[in-house]
Design a protein around this ligand. Structure first.
Ligand SMILES: C[S@@+](CC[C@H](N)C(=O)[O-])C[C@H]1O[C@@H](n2cnc3c(N)ncnc32)[C@H](O)[C@@H]1O
Length: 242
């Protein structure tokens, strides 16, 4: 179950969000398993009453996400090479599976213009809040769209140099090794069965390349052989060139 939790000093914002997302507004935490979105002085947070995790809060100005982007460089980031940023730094990229926006914003911070597409309204609310607070120089080069990418890519008139897909998959690693963000995504969204269809629409749009993140031993989406593969320790990027 999903709900908005009204907290002292943030009742109006909570009420507005509950209306926007068409979710119930609670003034107390329920005993049943519930994902709550709530505001505090930092911004919008997500917590799950049934998960032994701290709240999920996205912040591009401080902390781990910020430091991750600070450390990034085109030469050291395999994803940057996979999408072709080493050849043309001002690429226009569609990140069709935005999630917490980590990789999309990483590509933006390295010079790309990125359109983030996300279909989970909960993730969209968290991302929107984090991007509103974001004061990084790359902020204006990222656009967030709440949509199913299969619909967006099938109808858009925009053109992209690259489309990036990172659909959810079953985590095989031990829970303790999976970061909090991923645990939340797995609990909220779970493995996705429609990723093959996403690759079909992405390829049909004929961008310069489509890059798909896959677990190392997983089959390629659509069982389609990529033009080349960048393999890392825990996953790989399948790259399809137009
Ligand atoms: C593994 S996460 C992506 C993580 C992301 N690469 C990051 O760095 O934060 C997958 C995300 O893609 C979203 N997603 C999957 N299929 C989608 C689709 N067809 N349209 C829009 N979003 C989709 C899911 O809701 C989920 O939030």
């Amino acid at each position: 179950m999903y709900a908005i939790l009204s907290t002292p000093n943030f009742h109006n914002q909570a009420q507005q969000l509950a209306q926007q997302l068409n979710l119930p507004l609670h003034s107390e935490k329920s005993k049943d398993p519930t994902f709550y979105l709530y505001y505090n002085t930092h911004g919008l947070n997500l917590m799950a009453t049934h998960l032994n995790l701290g709240p999920l809060y996205l912040d591009f100005n401080h902390g781990a996400l910020y430091q991750r982007l600070q450390r990034a460089s085109i030469s050291k980031e395999p994803l940057a090479r996979a999408v072709g940023l080493h050849k043309k730094p001002e690429l226009t990229i569609c990140d069709a599976t935005a999630g917490i926006g980590r990789e999309g914003c990483l590509l933006t911070s390295l010079g790309a213009r990125v359109t983030l597409i996300e279909r989970s309204p909960i993730m969209v609310a968290l991302l929107k809040d984090a991007l509103t607070r974001c004061n990084a120089p790359w902020r204006d080069h990222v656009t967030l769209i709440a949509a199913d990418s299969r619909d967006f890519l099938a109808t858009t008139e925009e053109t992209f140099d690259a489309i990036y897909l990172d659909p959810m998959f079953e985590a095989h690693s031990h829970k303790a090794q999976v970061k909090k963000e991923m645990q939340y995504l797995q609990a909220l969204i779970g493995p996705e069965e429609d990723a093959d269809a996403l690759l079909t629409v992405a390829i049909n749009l004929k961008p310069g390349r489509v890059v798909v993140k896959r677990p190392l031993k997983a089959r390629s989406l659509l069982d389609k052989k990529p033009n080349f593969v960048l393999s890392l320790a825990a996953y790989r990027f399948d790259v399809y060139l137009s």
